[in-house]
Write a protein that binds this ligand. Structure first.
Ligand code: S3P
Length: 169
């Protein structure tokens, strides 16, 4: 079984995923970390050297590689993973997968992302919270159509990690 966590940057996919995997005694894979390890460079470096199109290509390849595993896994996707190539169809149609969308509001995500934006190439150039919030608003609007294809939506706003994990379980 593969438990897939999806959601916007800063929605807590990695934090929740890591703890959920230890509760369930599943392996944990963070797709960004997997890519960093396989490519031997940071995500920011891949974007700046090779461009986003290349990143989306390898992101989809590594997703397929992980989905073909036999082990029990909690998989935290990158924020954009479900929105490119045919990734969302792969996830939806895989009988081994159960997927969750960690849903948070634009102001909440923007505040959280502002302090963590430097290693995220899509938002690192935005200089203040207002600009970031405007970007997140537009970007999330485009992406919700993909996230909402998850099997379950978890309302994650103002909830502790423990509560979110309980909702998933
Ligand atoms: C991206 C999200 C990032 C990372 C890359 C692109 C996106 O992952 O994959 O910077 O398109 O939303 P996180 O959601 O873990 O930050």
């Amino acid at each position: 079984m593969i438990i897939v966590l999806m959601g916007y940057m800063g929605s807590g996919k990695s934090t929740i995923g890591k703890q959920l995997s230890s509760v369930l005694d599943y392996d944990f894979i963070d797709l960004d970390d997997y890519i960093i390890k396989k490519e031997n460079r940071t995500i920011a470096n891949i974007f700046s050297d090779k461009g986003e199109i290349y990143f989306r290509k390898i992101e989809s390849q590594y997703l397929k590689e992980i989905l073909s595993q036999e082990n029990n896994v909690v998989l935290a996707l990158g924020g954009g993973t479900p929105c490119y190539a045919n990734n969302i169809e792969l996830i939806e149609n895989d009988e081994n997968v159960i997927s969750f969308y960690l849903k948070l509001s634009i102001p909440y995500l923007s505040k959280r992302l502002f302090s963590e934006k430097d290693n995220r190439p899509l938002v690192s150039h935005l200089e203040n919270l207002e600009e970031l919030q405007e970007f997140v608003g537009k970007h999330l609007f485009e992406r919700v159509q993909y996230y909402s294809k998850a099997n379950y939506t978890v309302e994650a706003e103002e909830k502790s990690v423990k509560d979110i994990i309980e909702s998933i379980l």
